[in-house]
Design a protein. Structure first.
Lengths: 431, 431
């Protein structure tokens, strides 16, 4: 194939063929197409766009450049929930056991955290002995045994996307809805699931800052998901403020555990029940969303879902007892309580700043090579909308490092105001 | 400077600043900007375009990345004529002596030929001892002595353009009017001349195949030339068919010499007189074009301009006598006459095919490394529009190689038809 002709076609705004898109992704992954040709195509794509067929082709071409998980030995309706990344997001650890409990097969691949954003794999390492590096067979065996498994993303999936993602970053070609859609969706399509719920975070602590843009991207993701044969729904959820009260690793696992015991914060309960209810309807367990959601919330409050969580952790070698005896196992050398300096309502807690602060405490990585302090983190005694009195503890910082908290930082982290703000967690559901 | 921001600006169709354009050209020439960023910008430029200010900045930035010739010791009005490249184009060797004869200073830098297109420097090497590698000082000394000098393009001019030109070729970013204009004009602006005539060849033997496109490009070149302080005019001339009757090196020098003696073919006389008359009006020697052209044509027919040609060649060390005794000095081992197979008019001689044939005979280079046979070439006994009878010699091939001429090739080279075609050399003059 003459790749310069492909460049000329996209430059003129013409549609590329499936063959041309495959050639680009696979040959660039192999290194046969040089960076300078790839970046020229990416720029042309940014300006001229990709239609839905081209985005689907690019997504599938990305998937084809790495390992795929066909899940051929898993019987039943296979589901997956993905978040686009946020602060305090322990949803998978609650959603998974709920769905598993109803008999859905939760087949999930997760990543590690970077910068202000946490990662499910890091959180799961709270359990001593837990392994998330499973062979394809072991992965399916755990699912068949406990209805749920979470493994870590290997370095050998969507190789073309990884290389193109890095190139986009240095060539001003990040903001293409087609390229973003293909990048996100290819990672989801690596697993051959039946149903897919994407939790698209919107707000200051998320990649998507703006609801309108997030909806546009979501509509593309839905189209591509459907074209690829998935039952797909997208929740647009609030990430201006952290999700739940815990930010860190063990502390978030504890919150997930408490939530499964029936003692979760409202926003987390609502988010997890919504995600699970969507999957339960997709999988035919319930006929409609409202009934599903009601049933889930009732059982969640009863603590009915904690058992599958324990079974899943133990099936992957984890010692579940550490979280049952949290206070004994996850103490930190240092602890600081931040108090309110006036009466009022919490108007706003900045998810991004909180994530960065948790990282400084040792709960997150500045670079991929950093090691984590599993016990470090932040507990929000008050959430957005809560009434506070001067002197109330707002949040507690935990770290094994010396905590260097300057009061000026408070202005960035939160505001207290006289009127109670409106704050909702689910902004929209698209499907 | 954050170059990714520059990429993002052009991607959005925004105007780049002078500083941003300078940064791109100079840093890419140095190698600080990688190919993959440069190609992304070139693609954005191809799609979003450059305005006139940006083209001027890019042109001047190209010039700044290599040697410049300020001609500070040359007194008088300095002129230059450039051709965009054609077949049989010996115009400079006639134009130069005409202008020099009227007291203009002809300061010219030329290149070598490649593929079907000849180069003035190759042609000048017909004269034994002729050097076209002159220092800046020697160049100006020759001009001050004989009113004319032609030197060869050094490898150290417009370095950014050279590197970008190569990158455009492999990234589908050739067809940008802004990039083409900057590339052509930068090479012209390396010499600090006052007046500039560009002979933009149009037709099958030229880079520009189409008159409309050639006019569009010319209008940009004129604007950039004027913005850079030049008196500039562009002649659009016919390159469907070769210029004059001779194609080769020594054989073209001979035709130029004959033309200066008053015995040139009509098309070459007209083209050279037009170019010279434009320069003479630019330089204030004549008030209007018609008077200038008439004066030039009269003197050309009288052979008044041959003396400055000889003086220029001898000032650069060339032995002019070889061309005065052409038949003794430039014989070839082999010679073939191609004859008409029917009566009629020469409807068309294909400039491109003739150039390629001359190359095969040894008059041109397939690759930069090939050596030339100065005596090889083609003489057109008949030109486009001439009446011929069956058996008339149409053209003669000269070569020191065995000439492998197959009669089938004739169909590509020329056609004979019953009616006399219209053919004119000057298609338009823009200024």
């Amino acid at each position: 194939m003459n790749f310069v002709q492909v460049l000329n076609k996209k430059k003129q705004g013409l549609e590329l063929t499936t063959e041309e898109i495959n050639y680009f992704a696979t040959e660039y992954a192999k290194g046969t197409i040089p960076d300078y040709q790839a970046s020229a195509l990416l720029m042309a794509i940014c300006i001229k766009g990709l239609n839905e067929r081209e985005i689907l082709d690019l997504t599938q071409a990305y998937v084809s450049t790495g390992d795929k998980y066909m899940l051929e030995n898993v019987k039943g309706y296979k589901v997956d929930k993905h978040s686009t990344g946020g602060v305090g997001d322990k949803t998978s650890l609650v959603y998974g056991p709920i769905c598993a409990s109803y008999g859905l097969k939760v087949c999930k691949m997760s990543g590690r955290g970077l910068a202000q954003t946490g990662g499910t794999i890091d959180k799961l390492e709270t359990f001593p002995g837990m392994t998330t590096e499973l062979s394809d067979k072991a992965f399916q065996d755990v699912i068949n045994k406990t209805n749920m498994s979470i493994i870590q993303q290997t370095s050998n999936i969507v190789l073309a996307d990884k290389k193109i993602y890095a190139l986009r970053d240095v060539t001003g070609t990040v903001d293409s809805i087609g390229l973003i859609t293909a990048s996100i969706m290819s990672k989801k399509l690596v697993l051959n699931n039946d149903g897919l719920v994407i939790d698209c975070k919107v707000g200051k602590g998320a990649f998507m800052k703006d609801l309108k843009e997030a909806k546009e991207l979501s509509n593309y993701m839905i189209k591509i998901g459907k074209m690829a044969g998935r039952d797909i729904a997208i929740m647009l959820t609030n990430m201006n403020t952290p999700l739940g009260k815990a930010i860190g690793n063990a502390i978030e696992v504890k919150e997930a555990y408490d939530t499964l015991l029936g003692n979760g914060p409202d926003d987390l309960n609502e988010l997890c029940a919504t995600a699970a209810a969507i999957s339960l309807v997709q999988g035919g367990i319930f006929k409609d969303f409202k009934t599903a959601e009601k049933d889930v919330l009732t059982k969640l409050k009863n603590g009915d879902f904690v058992k599958p969580f324990k079974e899943f952790v133990e099936a992957q070698g984890g010692d579940f007892s550490v979280i049952e005896n949290y206070d004994k196992n996850f103490t930190t050398k240092n602890k600081i309580e931040i108090k309110a300096d006036k009466d009022g309502f919490i108007e706003y807690i900045d998810a991004n700043e909180m994530g960065l602060l948790a990282m400084e405490l040792g709960a997150g990585r500045k670079t991929k090579e950093d090691t984590l302090d599993l016990a470090a983190g932040i507990y929000l005694e008050k959430q957005t909308g809560d009434a506070v009195k001067k002197g109330d503890v707002l949040f507690t910082l935990y770290s094994n490092k010396v905590i260097d908290y300057k009061s000026e930082i408070s202005d960035k982290l939160f505001t207290i105001n006289k009127t109670k703000p409106n704050s909702k967690i689910i902004l929209d559901i698209l499907q």
